[in-house]
Design a protein around this ligand. Structure first.
Ligand SMILES: O=C(O)CCC(=O)C(=O)O
Ligand SMILES: [Fe+2]
Length: 373
């Protein structure tokens, strides 16, 4: 250890040296899990099993970081490193009561600047009127379908997918319900047999925005927006084409490998018969949902959660729909996901969009179009 420098060891490969910015890490701790406040047996729509989450090594709470401040480059790196070290989730509690949507945007911009990129406005939903780069996710009390309720990684349907997403609670539910559920898709990959890993490393799958946001499906994210203040964008072509992504992606900071398929956006594995693709994807979705890879982040007032979409899948739980909930999100534009050979496909390989079909997995049925693929 040299004077003024702290060596921070990542969980995996990271040995980045950052300047002492330890005040940001003061009081850091594992996420508090209010198990006793949670409702029994929330049933996962995909697996049909109660949601359980027992991954204790996932996520860090940072109670002493005021996100409305201007950070130095070293400080931003320290926050990203803390996020890496916790498997991709940093929960910033104790935000100032006066924190605004503009503070959220400013923090997102600082994270984006550190990677020489930008905030990605949501591709299909109109942004907030005060800050167009912010997606406001509104859940009305007693909503039948809620936005983001099925497993996914943000923007996997874009050529350049989301690196980080940063979510601020605005109207939070009572503690312990309507949490955000995360799975470490890296831990999930690591736990597979070497034979399965070897096969998956060579595979690619198509991801579709139309699947989740296309018109005419009663259970998808577009349907979830109906009856809320969320409005579809009309100035976007994203529903027309699907993109190809590796099934296993390599994290650009840590080098860890992670599964990168989801029942929300993935349509099929390239080069497989439909039945083969469906069976393999279903296995992977169920695998990702296993309790040992998952943790729950409960919502407290004045809390902001940053997560790494390259390391995790997530979904918004809806175990007490009587509780209204409003959260605001910025997502950071990342790079095209790469496989273990360093190849990416999403900027080159695009196909005509698959039809809307979200949640057909959960019902154990395939749409006719899927069967024909
Ligand atoms: O509502 C949630 O907890 C998560 C929603 C979501 O998928 C997102 O903010 O990206
Ligand atoms: Fe999401």
């Amino acid at each position: 250890m040299r004077g003024g420098l702290t060596r921070v060891y990542g969980r995996g490969f990271s040995t980045a040296i950052v300047r002492t910015t330890s005040h940001l890490l003061a009081g850091q701790c594992q996420l508090i899990q209010p198990h006793e406040l949670r409702t029994e047996a929330v049933i996962d729509r995909l697996t049909g099993r109660p949601v359980k989450a027992t991954n204790d090594s996932l996520g860090v709470e940072l109670p002493c970081v005021d996100l409305s401040q201007q950070f130095s480059a070293d400080e931003i790196e320290t926050l990203k490193q803390a996020c890496d070290d916790a498997g991709g989730i940093a929960v910033f509690t104790n935000q100032r009561l006066e924190m605004t949507i503009h503070d959220l945007v400013r923090f997102g911009q600082q994270i984006a600047n550190s990677d020489d990129t930008e905030i990605e406005p949501h591709s299909t939903v109109k942004g907030h009127r005060d800050a167009p780069e912010v997606l406001e996710i509104q859940r009305e009390a007693n909503a039948q379908v809620v936005f983001g309720e099925n497993w996914h990684s943000d923007n996997s349907f874009l050529a350049r997918t989301a690196s980080y997403s940063i979510l601020r609670g605005v109207v939070v539910p009572r503690l312990g319900v309507n949490d955000t559920l995360f799975s470490s898709t890296q831990d999930a990959y690591d736990a597979l047999s070497p034979t399965m890993q070897g096969m998956l490393l060579e595979l690619n799958a198509f991801h579709s925005a139309n699947r989740a946001y296309g018109a005419g499906h009663s259970g998808n994210s577009r349907a979830a927006m109906e009856g809320t203040g969320m409005v579809m964008r009309t100035d976007t072509n994203v529903l027309k084409e699907d993109v190809l992504q590796p099934v296993v992606v390599v994290h650009p900071r840590t080098g860890r490998r992670g599964l990168y398929v989801s029942p929300t956006f993935t349509t099929r594995i390239d080069g497989m018969h439909a039945d083969e693709s469906v069976s393999l994807l279903r296995f992977l979705y169920e695998w990702i949902a296993r309790p040992e890879f998952c943790t729950r982040v409960s919502w407290r007032p004045n809390q902001v959660v940053m997560w790494d979409n390259r390391a995790l899948a997530h979904k918004g739980l809806a175990d007490d729909v009587s509780q209204p909930r409003v959260v605001q999100r910025v997502s950071i534009r990342g790079t095209a996901p790469v496989n273990y050979r360093g190849q990416s496909f999403s900027e080159k390989v695009k196909v005509q969009a698959a039809p809307p079909s979200l949640f057909d997995w959960a019902e154990g049925k395939l749409s006719q179009q899927q069967q024909q693929q």
